[in-house]
Design a protein around this ligand. Structure first.
Ligand SMILES: NC(=O)c1ccc[n+]([C@@H]2O[C@H](COP(=O)([O-])OP(=O)(O)OC[C@H]3O[C@@H](n4cnc5c(N)ncnc54)[C@H](OP(=O)(O)O)[C@@H]3O)[C@@H](O)[C@H]2O)c1
Length: 295
């Protein structure tokens, strides 16, 4: 495929763009022996939410480990720039799938684009949150959140989980959260979507292990990314997405749950001794601080 071939770019439809390897980049790649991640989960990884935050940091980390990547998000222009960056820096071949994962069309586009590729890793990072009292929020947005955070994750883990089990190897990384382990006032629906993801990862991990497929739930605390602005949360204390990317990928294939960064570990420690109702109350206080500006 030539650099930046458009397979489909009509308005309102998904757009797929291929970025090819330059000769210099190919030589750069050939010099490196395969890393643990490439040997176990390569050659292709699918990363959703690759245009920002944690997904972007994970895509960069995977590229530096020698994997080729299907980059997924709605903002195709951002993904195209990223594809060019990864190709130039690491000799990565990247396929851009610009699609809305809240829709069946978007999910089908991703499945169709991935079908011919030798994929053995799915990182499902696309997601968003909201803040404030659930009944005051916009119902359409709350239902769209369930579509992206849960429905798309179910569809993609079902498809790739079956593929990986058939091929006898693979990895699935799901973005859980500190909020997944109890109800959270002022982020009630968001926390419920993450409880779904956490539970899915645990059950699926046990089902797929005998088939050579590793499932990892990554449960960060507050991370500085596009998330806070979109959710309207004030995250003055937060870690960077790079920390999550590094620690999550290091944990893949070694454990089933990782809490990346000192902040998530500290927050979990402060919640650990409390009964479930106490955790809900404590998280209500934390979220109250992060959403004070909403009144
Ligand atoms: N940041 C935190 O504090 C935090 C903590 C714990 C867990 N998490 C979880 O980590 C994951 C990543 O969050 P983040 O901090 O990286 O947020 P972010 O910086 O806002 O990135 C979210 C990504 O999801 C994509 N996305 C959102 N809606 C989409 C849709 N309908 N279709 C396709 N792609 C969509 C966005 O791309 P486009 O806008 O281009 O579509 C973007 O690439 C989420 O699942 C989140 O719940 C975040």
């Amino acid at each position: 495929m030539s650099s930046h071939d458009d397979f489909s770019a009509s308005p309102g439809e998904h757009a797929l763009v291929a970025t090819s390897l330059g000769d210099g980049a190919r030589a750069l790649r050939a010099d490196h022996p395969p890393t643990r991640l490439r040997a176990r989960y390569g050659p292709w990884a699918v990363v959703t939410g690759a245009s920002d935050g944690i997904g972007l940091a994970i895509a960069r980390e995977l590229a530096s480990e020698g994997l080729d990547i299907v980059l997924v998000a709605r903002r195709g222009d951002v993904l195209r720039d990223l594809a060019a960056e990864l190709s130039q820096k690491h000799g990565t071949t990247a396929l851009v799938v610009a699609c809305d994962l809240a829709t069946d069309t978007g999910i089908s586009a991703l499945r169709a684009a991935s079908e011919p590729l030798d994929v053995a890793l799915l990182v499902a990072s696309a997601g968003f949150g909201t803040a404030g009292r659930f009944v005051d929020g916009d119902l359409t947005t709350e239902l769209a959140m369930i579509d992206v955070n849960c429905r798309a994750v179910a569809a993609l883990t079902h498809y790739f989980g079956a593929r990986f089990a058939r091929q006898g190897r693979g990895g699935i990384v799901l973005l859980s959260s500190l909020v997944a382990f109890q109800g959270v006032p002022r982020a009630a629906n968001y926390a419920a979507t993450k409880a779904y993801v956490q539970s899915l990862a645990e059950g699926l991990g046990s089902e797929l292990r005998p088939f050579g497929v590793d499932v990892l739930a990554s449960a960060p605390g507050p991370i500085r990314s596009g998330f806070g602005a979109r959710a309207n949360m004030n995250m003055s204390m937060a870690l960077t997405p790079d920390v999550v990317a590094r620690q999550t990928l290091r944990a893949l294939g070694r454990t089933s749950l990782v809490r990346p960064g000192w902040l998530s570990k500290l927050l979990e420690l402060s919640l650990a001794m409390l009964p479930r109702w106490g955790r809900v109350k404590m998280m209500g206080l934390v979220m109250g601080g992060m959403t004070k500006h909403l009144g």
